[in-house]
Design a protein around this ligand. Sequence first.
Ligand SMILES: [Zn+2]
Length: 474
Amino acid sequence: MPELPEKASAFIDWYLAVVEAADLTDKRYPVKGMNVWTPYGFLARRRLDRVMEEEIEATGSRPVEFPALIPETEFQKEREHIKGFDAQVYWVTRGGSTPLDVPLVLRPTSETAMYPIFKLWIRSHQDLPLNVYQIVNTFRYETKTTRPFIRVREIHFFEEHTCQRDEPTATERVQSNLGAFSKMAERFGLPYLAVRRPDWDKFPGAFYTVALDIPLGSARTLQIGSIHHYRENFSRPYGIQYEAPDGSAQYAHQTTFGLSERLLGAIVAVHGDEKGVAFPSDIAPYQVVVVPVPSAKGADPTPYAREAVADLQKAGLRVHMDERSDRPGAKYYYWETRGVPLRLDVGPREAAARQLSAVNRLGVRVSLPRDGLVESVRGALAEYDAGLREKAQAAFVAAFSRAERVEELTGSSTVRLIGWCGSETCGHAIEKAIDGALLGTLEGPPPIDLGAPPACVVCSAPSGPSWAAAGRPL
Ligand SMILES: [Zn+2]
């Protein structure tokens, strides 16, 4: 196996090599930006989906699934939205050889698929809130360089769409989504920034957008999700109205919350190292791999290992036993590249002593007794997750620094936390200086303790109550 490029100095090369080495995707499919999910990658994706389903349903959202094709007539109802997506949509214009009366759009996102139906579902205030989500594939004709999981043309997409009574309840839903995401991020082991995007960078048709960004070193950032408040921007053109308790007709206020397979890219990027991927145990396709290590000197340890595997599986742990005939060293390397949290090696000596030799993906070794194995494996996984989270948190904190003057942004190797007056002119000056983007103003305190934000780095006018951040989005 070739060595992986160095993560710090050649991040993109490293990333591309690591997703390949870990066998998460096959990018040889003959449509650019549409990759094949391999069995191992799919298992990881399914774990991500489960976490999203569990955390969003805990906040009262329910699953739905809408069709992938949207009539052009519905797609064109919200003007800003069309402008934002027009260049990115795939069109279906023929059924067989017959031209369609109304051309169909392959969904780039599902507002325009769902909202004509929401109009039918919602009659009275008792039908609200409507909180539904789906996890489906969406399609966008990306013109920038495609990258596995990070920028693709067929996107595995989580999208929650809600209808609320008014602006304050819609704002509450945005906050509830932020709460749900913080629980997801905890399980992914991903520290992140929640940032309110500047107006010129919000979602097409949104009143405002809160993006979820992670730093990836050298001032790079990756948006891994977003939450939008639409006010009545979609409910008006789509006629989503309800009868209020006083009998008046009111438009719903809507929100959406979007996540995608970028989360998998983020997990690879944040936790991976020169040896490969490192999965948090909640996401890992296999939490434990057991490797029997036969030796000429003792009895075959395989039956003993199989028994241990059966016990762990019965307890609900995702365990894989590697009985291939390869050398143990080759297997260790193989599973390390794929980011399995915990490996258990079982030779004749371990079998005789009724033990298992454990080594986690961070390189920590410990001997586990066969008795009470389920509990000690759970303990070892929890310890590993804590170590992984600590490492990610240290890198997260180191990825930021404050800047007092706009000149300091040029060539910056960290995401800069700054004061910003809120004006678009100053915003663009900031973007020019950092050769990237003004990510927006932070929702909540900054990741490093900085006190109150200083004056605008460009014009020295007082900034708002929140710090702003500037970086170079991937
Ligand atoms: Zn300013």
